[in-house]
Write a protein that binds this ligand. Structure first.
Ligand code: ATP
Ligand code: MG
Length: 334
């Protein structure tokens, strides 16, 4: 069976963007049963920017709990924590020697994060896409469900695989495809419709956390930035209205509808009607998940057991692929 792989950084609490753009889709892939599904808490990626050790520890379990509470089933999927499978680091070194500096320089996420201060960023943040390529190719995964923001990195993974195959004259690493489908593949910041909603964003008011309670969710949507005009009659009317489009898109993602269907239902509605409806829908969808997350997080030993078991399964797939890679590269192994 072909494999799908994806990961989430424990760089803070999970957001509605992570849920709609990633986790919800990961569950769909698992349930579709067409692929072996492998999901990771990518703690090695998280430390590319400073993480307080206690916070990292807690966030790792929270991301694991978020996966489990949303429906990732450790019997159907492999669920593990990246640093518990050392092969990720080993392959990422090899890929760091395959990838070119120019490729990394062209990554928009690097350009955005590093800004004018690249000199002060970690070497790891620059090299991050090589580790991401290793995460995926270590399992020979062909499909990578991600949010829109990760498209470029998955494409770089394909470039790295191709260059490796070409340089070593092998046909070893497969082609990988980013899978970015449906609504809400790029959920925007609630205070600025031109910026992505992120765990690591500055203000808590700009994002919905998966663990927010009903009042907080209602308050954040109520305060979400919008223009004063009511919702348009057609999709065309959302052009140049990023905040309005974002709220429609979030509604669509939560309801399992298309943006068009949401517009059809709420054509002409004012924010006084749409925002409370959106908040109710978000509470209905996230409430049960956050309750289950709280239950799971009350028993960290159980989460750690699940992650340890997942790491063992991941190593069983990854180790032979790493061993073969080392053979191809010419490392002596005994
Ligand atoms: P950070 O700010 O630390 O980068 P993040 O919220 O961007 O955190 P990641 O761990 O980088 O989350 O990404 C995990 C997954 O969630 C990726 O597949 C990414 O594409 C997806 N994702 C992140 N933010 C959004 C968003 N706003 N809309 C849709 N998908 C998203
Ligand atoms: Mg991110």
């Amino acid at each position: 069976t072909p494999r799908a792989f994806s990961g989430i950084k424990p760089s803070g609490g999970l957001t509605l963007g992570n849920y709609l753009g990633a986790i919800k889709r990961f569950v769909d892939w698992q349930e579709a049963g067409t692929h072996e599904t492998i999901y990771c808490v990518v703690d090695l990626h998280a430390i590319t920017v400073w993480q307080d050790p206690d916070m990292l520890h807690a966030a790792t379990r929270e991301v694991a709990a978020g996966y489990l509470a949303s429906g990732i089933d450790p019997v159907k999927s492999i669920l593990f924590n990246q640093s518990q499978v050392p092969a990720h680091v080993e392959l990422s070194w090899i890929f760091s020697c395959v990838a070119r500096m120019g490729w990394m320089n062209r990554m928009t996420q690097w350009k955005e994060k590093a800004g004018k201060n690249a000199e002060k960023e970690s070497l790891g943040l620059f090299a991050y896409p090589a580790l991401m390529a290793a995460d995926i190719l270590l399992y020979h995964a062909t499909h990578v469900p991600v949010g829109e923001d990760q498209k470029q990195h998955v494409e770089l993974t394909r470039d790295i695989a191709q260059k490796f195959n070409h340089d070593y004259k092998v046909d070893f690493f497969p082609e990988t495809l980013p899978v970015i489908e449906g609504p809400a593949t790029r959920v925007m910041n609630l205070r600025d419709g031109t910026k992505k909603m992120s765990k690591s964003g500055e203000s808590d008011m700009e994002r919905i956390n998966m663990t927010d309670d009903a009042d907080t969710i209602a308050k954040k949507f109520k305060k979400a930035k919008t223009d004063p005009a009511p919702l348009p009659e057609t999709m065309e009317g959302l052009k140049d209205r990023p905040e309005a489009r974002n709220l429609v898109d979030i509604y669509a993602g939560l309801a399992g509808l298309s943006d068009e269907q949401v517009i059809a239902e709420y054509a002409g509605a004012g924010w006084g009607r749409f925002k409370p409806a959106l908040a109710d829908l978000a509470v209905a969808k996230l409430g049960p998940i956050s309750a289950e997350m709280a239950r799971l997080m009350a028993d960290p030993a159980e989460i750690d057991r699940i992650l340890a078991h997942g790491a063992e399964q991941a190593r069983a797939v990854a180790d032979p692929i790493l061993t073969r890679t080392k053979e191809i590269v010419g490392f002596v192994q005994s």
